[in-house]
Design a protein around this ligand. Structure first.
Ligand SMILES: C[S@@+](CC[C@H](N)C(=O)[O-])C[C@H]1O[C@@H](n2cnc3c(N)ncnc32)[C@H](O)[C@@H]1O
Length: 367
């Protein structure tokens, strides 16, 4: 066996995906980082997400709020229920989730609502926007018990309710443009590297902006809740993060198709795009303050729905496990400060009091 050759292959990952990326660059010249990210994460056959290679949680590549445990979904379910009440307890209240991965968040929400918020459960419809067949299949299996309550539309449909995403926008392809210079992905022999070009364009997060356009076009009345890690103007720092097995890798050219690639979300441009589409900001804060607000309003049985029977309506089970989950979600050095929550509203009374999640929100300047 040629040991040197094996080591080289391992380092470079000479997979069909890497070969196909090289082929395109050889034929067409350096490509945008957005194109590279699209291949690495979403290539139909070999992408990190689209081939279902991605694993989230303790035995995977990274943690998300959802992988911490069911508490996150339970707290958000209470917030969704308050929104349903704000909308006059409409009959067909739709939660649209995008970036649902294996369906765990949907399961946590639906189980909690079914057990603790029965009136809301009757009115609720859950829709998952999932472009990747293999993930859709996993979601269907996980959510089988909920039958027709959950559906997977082929394309986005008009809805009244909430659009929810957790770490969706940071997983969308971005170009690397700064001060009129774009970093493109090129080849030096077989090795990937960046090539700089002067450019006139300035938009780097086109995919995320298109996503906002699509949500705004379909939301008839209700809210958009986006949770992600990102920055406002004044905190401008743009980092491509590459993660595998709970380690940050040094370069996006390591473990292509086997590692996660994300970019911190430019919240300001997201808000500007949303406003241009007729949405308004209903709140922006960090996850710590958002979840604390929900807990303070609904955490001790203060459910938005009146009590029914003997069901326990508190999303805060009094177990050690739930306390550990809570600490992970809230602690500033864990997930509490890392993530921000943006809530956008459409066709709602602008003078309405803030949602529970913004009860303790510190003022953040949004232009
Ligand atoms: C970082 S993961 C987050 C998964 C899950 N929300 C969680 O918090 O555990 C990002 C997810 O977004 C999905 N995704 C990326 N672009 C998407 C799109 N345009 N529509 C739907 N899902 C998308 C990916 O497939 C992946 O499952």
């Amino acid at each position: 066996m040629d040991v040197d050759r094996c080591a080289f292959d391992l380092l470079q990952l000479n997979t069909p995906l890497v070969e196909s990326i090289r082929e395109t660059i050889r034929a067409q010249g350096p490509q945008s980082f957005a194109w590279f990210m699209q291949q690495a994460l979403y290539h139909p056959a070999y992408g990190y997400y689209s081939s279902s290679r991605c694993a989230i949680g303790r035995n995977g590549d990274y943690f998300t709020n959802v992988s911490v445990g069911p508490l996150f979904g339970q707290l958000l379910a209470s917030q969704f229920c308050e929104i349903w009440e704000r909308l006059g307890k409409v009959n067909d209240f739709v939660i649209v989730e995008q970036g649902a991965h294996d369906g765990q968040f949907a399961l946590d929400v639906l189980e909690f609502v079914q057990n603790c918020l029965p009136q809301f459960f009757d009115a609720l419809r859950y829709r998952i926007l999932e472009p990747f067949p293999i993930l859709k299949q996993q979601q269907r299996q996980r959510l089988e018990a909920f039958g027709d309550k959950v559906k997977w539309p082929d394309s986005p449909e008009p809805f009244t309710g909430v659009h929810f995403s957790n770490e969706l926008l940071d997983a969308m392809p971005v170009s690397l443009i700064s001060d009129g210079t774009e970093k493109l992905v090129g080849l030096n022999g077989d090795k990937f590297g960046f090539v700089e070009r002067r450019v006139h364009k300035t938009i780097s997060n086109q995919a995320a902006l298109d996503c906002i356009d699509e949500i705004a076009a379909n939301l008839q009345r209700g809210y958009v809740i986006a949770i992600d890690y990102g920055f406002l103007y004044e905190e401008f720092e743009r980092n491509v993060r590459v993660r595998s097995q709970h380690r940050n890798l040094d370069s996006p050219f390591e473990q292509i198709g086997y590692a996660d690639i994300t970019m911190s979300v430019d919240w300001t441009s997201i808000v500007e795009r949303a406003q241009a589409n007729g949405l308004c900001v209903a709140g922006f804060t960090d996850q710590h303050h958002f979840l604390t607000g929900i807990i303070s309003q609904f955490g001790r049985g203060g459910s938005p729905e009146p009590p029914s029977g003997d069901r326990d309506q508190s999303p805060l089970a009094d177990s050690r496990k739930a306390k550990r989950e809570l600490q992970t979600l809230l602690h500033p050095e864990m997930l509490g400060r890392a993530f921000q929550v943006l809530v956008l509203a459409k066709n709602l009374d602008a003078s309405a009091p803030p949602l529970a999640g913004f009860k303790f929100a510190r003022e953040r300047r949004m232009r």
